[in-house]
Ligand binder design. Structure first.
Ligand SMILES: [Zn+2]
Ligand SMILES: [Zn+2]
Ligand SMILES: [Zn+2]
Length: 333
């Protein structure tokens, strides 16, 4: 179970495209159907977030071609939904074609099969991975530098991890990897928040990212690389500056009493370098991201909040139901 948090790098004034009362403010927002027994809310949530990410939507539109897999083509099915979001007169659209393509693609792994509920964050992550494969047709996801690959150019956090022993000075070989969704345990996060409250720390803008970092590294001790006997913490270093950062908050149990705490401590801004031990990219060192989308899970059901840039409004999506919500927070820079 996960909440997906999407944070987008401020790219100028988000309100600039909005003129009250104009046709521009009526840009398409549509629901996605989820018939009885279909259990497609996890997919619908992932699709709504992708559609409302302006960077993703525009980049996908501009892509010239892809390696097509016919009936199992997630790329075609997603593009088709996007085109219907734009042109259809219906208030709610079917997501069946994408659901089938997803089921077909993950048949061997027994994931995302028809009628079965699945995880929205993992669905989101897997759609992005498949898009990489459709564009690059190369299994090597950790080293992708292809300019047209939206997945890695826009979403991927390029990282390496290394242990450095504070006692004997030994360092391990850096291990590079990429992350499309950065998962953090809710319980660990709430423990970190409690510690912060005990220390009477005054809230700072970078605190939320630091709490996420502390929560994701807590208890992760390794042996010293030269086996001097010390147990040391792993360091994760960010090497690029992703435009979109996705955080998956993982609920450790079905019946968590931490929901209110999580809502209280979620911050609309994310100070990117605070999320890792260090950032090496100059832009990443100053990068602050703003919340533009959130997938929520409760009572075995997913729903989504997404920021609609053209109207500067938050919209709530519960499958076919679409409602404007009046959040006080507007990600305007
Ligand atoms: Zn295709
Ligand atoms: Zn790629
Ligand atoms: Zn050592």
């Amino acid at each position: 179970m996960a909440w997906v948090r999407l944070l987008l790098k401020p790219g100028g004034n988000l309100r600039s495209g909005y003129q009250p009362g104009s046709m521009l403010s009526l840009a398409p927002t549509k629901g996605l159907l989820n018939g009885p027994g279909e259990n497609s809310c996890f997919l619908n949530s992932a699709v709504q977030v992708l559609w409302h990410l302006d960077i993703f939507r525009r980049s996908l539109r501009q892509l010239p071609g892809h390696v097509c897999l016919g009936n199992a083509c997630i790329f075609c099915a997603l593009k088709n939904i996007f085109s219907q979001f734009q042109h259809s007169r219906e208030k709610a659209l079917p997501s069946d074609a994408l659901r089938s393509a997803l089921a077909e693609s993950f048949k061997d792994e027994h994931r995302f099969q028809l009628g079965l509920m699945d995880d929205a964050a993992e669905c989101f992550e897997n759609i992005l991975e498949r898009i990489h494969l459709h564009i690059v047709s190369d299994n090597e996801v950790d080293t992708c530098t292809i300019k047209s690959c939206i997945t890695h150019q826009k979403f991927a956090m390029t990282l390496y991890e290394q242990s450095v022993c504070y006692s004997c000075g030994a360092t391990s070989d850096p291990l590079p990897f990429t992350e499309l969704v950065h998962y953090v345990s809710i319980t660990a996060l709430c423990n970190q928040v409690e510690r912060m409250v005990e220390r009477n720390e005054r809230p700072r803008p970078e605190m939320f990212a630091e709490l996420l970092q502390a929560a994701s590294t807590i208890g992760d001790f390794r042996n010293c690389p030269s086996n001097c006997g010390q147990k040391i913490k792993i360091r994760r270093v960010l090497m690029n500056c992703p435009e979109i950062v996705t955080i998956g908050l993982v609920w450790d149990s079905e019946h968590s009493d931490l929901t209110l705490d999580v809502i209280r401590y979620l911050a609309p801004q994310l100070y990117l370098p605070g999320l890792f031990y260090r950032a090496t990219d100059e832009r990443a060192k100053r990068s602050e991201l703003i919340l533009v989308g959130m997938v929520c899970y409760s009572n075995k059901h997913y729903c989504t909040f997404a920021f609609h840039t053209k109207s500067s409004k938050w919209v709530f999506f519960d499958d076919a139901t679409v409602k404007e919500v009046s959040f006080k927070y507007v990600p305007c820079t």
